[in-house]
Design a protein around this ligand. Structure first.
Ligand code: Z2T
Length: 833
């Protein structure tokens, strides 16, 4: 089991062809070579997609030799590695970031230009890799970029979903979901590695049998076998040689066909069984905050965790001298939410059932290995699994979880003797009304570190979600404020602003050290700099206006204030608060056509979970009311509402550089962090927001003068709720608010269709307004008056926008990852020569 790693030590990838001295010539040759020899096309017949594929292969050639070099450096030095386990990676397109991180972007653009290729058409032919729902999946993608950039040895593990998040269209204002068949014609970035496939088991039952040493022990038998085949995506760092990998598992059946069934004449049955195994990696679940307890989802979680752990153990044990004694010294595993939390029980099963370690030894390895990130406080998102389902799918793991819990409750009882309530509060097993496993409790107990994703969120985690765990395990809870990669979210998506920054700072290395942007603050008062900065914003707005015309058929003026709210659609994010304000503005304009206000374009983009009816009703309301406003000549174009369909990474890259105002308006205490808030501020949008999630820290960085804060604080929300919140009090006390809600509740906006927005209307009033939209309405509306006043004063606005770009260096995911590496993973960088 110990093959010397040095066997692969001196392997170096052979160059494919003689490199020309001129980098542009050599890239041209490489692209043409791939066009001819990989894709069998000639230049005359090549489509934009053919050019994309040939260019991607040429980019890949630059990465593969570095990938081999990086992996052999890590293997040879038997380094400690970080394994990031995530059910989601929201990667977006990979072409520009691959070229940029490989350092060949400019030369490739020039090569394509000399070949007469339409660059825009080429890049538009790449599908997004949308293997995630929202912030959590995008965070994983930013993190793997930073890990590589910081030369940290790391591998991301996930699932190679054949269908990513659904594609959204609108029909008569309603959201319609279509399948995202992103890999139907293949993807150039994935390298399939059948030689590293793993076989794992599931279902079956537990029997007690005698082992070879005559001990009577439980054994997991009659299991169903699955095979996972890894597809690797190279993850290059920016400005470094390191190329890490993202390893995504595809499920297959163990046997090509069940030969027994085949021989019995059940050919179709046999093929059908095979197809069932292959459904595991078929589709991403589209719920971002509600767990629906579906069996296939549990199977996905276990399949990917079991394959990944086997792969991690294989990689560790193949090095001479390695064993379980140093496993936790070489392996750190980060659990991205509780989705992969079954890893705690799976490693325990391997150590106890297969490797015969005793419990204490095994448990010490486990708690040294795992750390867990929590991403939400919302109770409906806390993952729970019914015990009967678990008993069927993972019977041995259920037994082990019960034993973990028995021991855990012993320590609880020792801490709070005689306190039965404390036992049931802290238990991994929730009793009553059908037993359930609380995956968050399993993850906390099985990890040495648990982190929240913004300072406020971590405080609430300790205080509200896991109060007794913080006492039970002092020091286990840490904060790691989220971040975003400045490569994709500034360098790649906003080239004009990037060029201005490089010119102004007199150095090009700010994407690796975002704190350098501080120096822009000195220019914030300079009229010439303000003009350059705002001219770039305007060009980006013109481009977005074209996209709005194309996608929505709405004409908007780039001189208007672009007010954007882009994120998943959720009650707690309060897109309906934004809508109430829009309707209020519309009403003010109708009552006073001469009202002096800055023209505004309200930009929305959001997907609703397919089963979330209220969220879908809010989408419909914004679409339908927006259409009415857009076509009303009486308001002379002062208000426009554009709901862009199919929000995804690629659309975010278009909207963010063009935004003036960033809506971050969740009910205080509900948004764990937010990361769109960081992307928008970095690109010079001002935030209108509540004191929630990372908004608090953004405010600390940019300063009170450069942000519009409104609404109740967490403490105020709590106090109002404890006093018994009554939305009708606010409805009756505010004439405008009342008129706006009544108007939305009427059939004015949907002639001939009654009660179209009844779900929304009900949620605001008789439904109890759970996210306190009415309570924050007036304060929100006032904050918008302050926005209006600031925007009229162009130099003042420009200065504020510049200050936002200059002062958000803290929110680089490089800072976040450095903190994880130092405080949680104990992971030193490994430079690759
Ligand atoms: C998600 O995107 C987030 C939390 C979840 O809780 C699930 C999903 Cl899919 C289970 C988001 C948070 O809502 C957001 O505040 C945070 O910035 C993001 O995760 C990354 O931490």
């Amino acid at each position: 089991k110990t093959k010397a790693a040095s066997a692969q030590a001196k392997t170096v990838a052979a160059p494919r062809r003689r490199a020309s001295d001129d980098p542009v010539e050599s890239i041209k040759a490489s692209i043409l070579d791939h066009l001819t020899h990989t894709f069998a096309r000639d230049t005359a017949g090549a489509t934009p997609r053919d050019w994309f594929l040939a260019t991607a292969m040429s980019a890949r050639d630059h990465l593969t030799s570095r990938l081999i070099k990086t992996q052999s450096a890590h293997n040879d030095q038997n380094v400690r590695r970080l394994y990031y386990l995530s059910l989601e990676y929201l990667m977006g397109r990979l072409l520009i970031s691959s070229l940029q991180n490989a350092g060949v972007y400019d030369h490739t653009r020039q090569a394509l230009e000399e070949l007469g290729v339409d660059w825009e058409a080429l890049r538009a032919s790449e599908d997004d890799m949308g293997l995630g729902n929202g912030g959590l999946g995008r965070l994983a993608a930013c993190f793997i970029d930073s890990l590589a950039t910081l030369d940290l040895p790391a591998i991301g593990y996930g699932i190679n979903y054949e269908f990513g998040l659904f594609r959204q269209a609108f029909e008569n204002g309603h959201q319609v979901e279509n399948p995202d068949s992103w890999m139907i014609y293949g993807t150039p970035w994935e390298l399939m590695h059948p030689e590293y496939q793993q076989e794992v088991q599931i279902y079956g039952e537990v029997e007690n049998v005698f082992d070879d040493s005559g001990n009577y022990r439980p054994q997991w038998v009659n299991t169903h076998k699955l095979v996972g085949v890894p597809n690797d995506i190279p993850v290059p760092g920016y400005g470094t040689e390191t190329v890490n990998i993202l390893r995504l598992w595809t499920s297959h059946a163990t046997e090509p066909l069940d030969l027994n069934a085949f021989n019995e004449g059940g050919y179709v049955e046999a093929v059908r069984n095979k197809a069932t195994s292959e459904t595991i990696s078929k589709v991403l679940y589209p719920n971002d905050k509600t767990e629906n307890g579906k069996e296939l989802r549990l199977v996905q979680q276990y399949f990917f965790v079991a394959c990944s752990l086997k792969d991690i153990i294989r990689r560790h044990m193949r090095v001479e001298g390695n064993g379980w004694h140093n496993f936790a010294d070489k392996v750190a595993v980060q659990l991205n939410d509780t989705h992969p939390a079954i890893a705690v029980a799976e490693l325990l099963r391997i150590l106890i059932d297969e490797e015969s370690l005793d419990w204490d030894e095994a448990w010490a390895i486990i708690t040294k290995t795992f750390a867990y990130t929590n991403h939400t406080l919302l109770p409906e998102a806390l993952e729970k699994w019914g015990v009967p389902l678990y008993a069927r799918v993972l019977p041995r793991h259920l037994q082990l979880i019960y034993e973990i819990n028995r021991r855990h409750l012993e320590t609880v009882a020792a801490k709070w003797p005689g306190d039965n309530e404390m036992l049931s509060t802290c238990s991994i097993v929730e009793e009553g009304g059908g037993k359930q496993l609380r995956m968050a409790h399993l993850a906390v107990v099985g990890s040495h570190a648990v982190n929240g994703v913004a300072a406020l969120h971590t405080e609430l985690l300790k205080k509200d979600l896991f109060p007794y765990f913080d006492t039970l395990f002092p020091g286990k809870f840490r904060n790691k404020t989220n971040g975003i990669t400045p490569r994709r979210w500034l360098l790649d998506c906003n080239p004009a602003l990037s060029a201005l920054i490089t010119k102004t700072l007199g150095r090009p290395d700010w994407p690796r050290n975002l704190d350098l942007l501080q120096a822009l603050g000195k220019e914030a008062d300079q009229p010439a700099f303000q003009q350059e900065f705002m001219a770039i914003k305007r060009v980006n707005k013109v481009a977005l206006a074209e996209t709005i015309q194309e996608l929505c058929g709405i004409e908007v003026s780039p001189d208007a204030l672009f007010d954007v709210q882009i994120k998943r659609l959720h009650e707690y994010k309060r897109q309906h608060l934004n809508l109430l304000h829009i309707v209020a503005l519309y009403r003010r304009l109708l009552q006073n056509p001469d009202l002096d206000m800055v023209p505004r374009v309200f930009v929305f983009a959001a997907k609703a979970a397919p089963g979330y009816d209220l969220a879908k009703n809010i989408i419909r309301a914004i679409n339908v009311i927006g259409a009415r406003i857009n076509h009303d000549e009486r308001i002379q174009g002062k208000l426009k509402v554009a709901f862009l369909p199919n929000y995804r990474v690629t659309l975010a890259e278009k909207i963010i550089p063009a935004a003036d105002l960033s809506e971050q308006i969740s009910t205080a205490g509900k948004e764990a962090s937010g990361t769109g808030n960081m992307k928008l501020a970095l690109n010079g949008a001002l935030t209108i927001g509540t004191l929630d999630g990372a908004n608090v820290e953004i405010g600390e960085e940019v300063g009170d003068d450069n942000i519009f804060i409104f609404g109740m604080t967490v403490e105020e929300v709590e106090a109002v709720r404890n006093a018994g919140y009554r939305p009708y009090d606010f409805y009756y006390a505010d004439e405008e608010l009342r008129a706006v809600i009544d108007w939305i509740g009427s059939d004015y906006f949907t002639p001939g269709e009654r009660h179209a927005f009844a779900p929304l209307h009900h949620s605001l009033l008789d439904g109890g307004d759970p996210y306190m939209v009415l309570a924050d309405f007036r304060s929100y509306s006032d904050a918008h008056l302050a926005v209006d006043a600031a925007y009229r004063d162009s130099p003042r606005w420009a200065k504020m926008a510049i200050m936002n770009t200059a002062r958000v260096g803290k929110f680089s995911s490089d800072r976040t990852i450095r903190e994880y590496a130092e405080d949680i993973w104990n992971l030193p960088p490994v430079p690759v020569k």
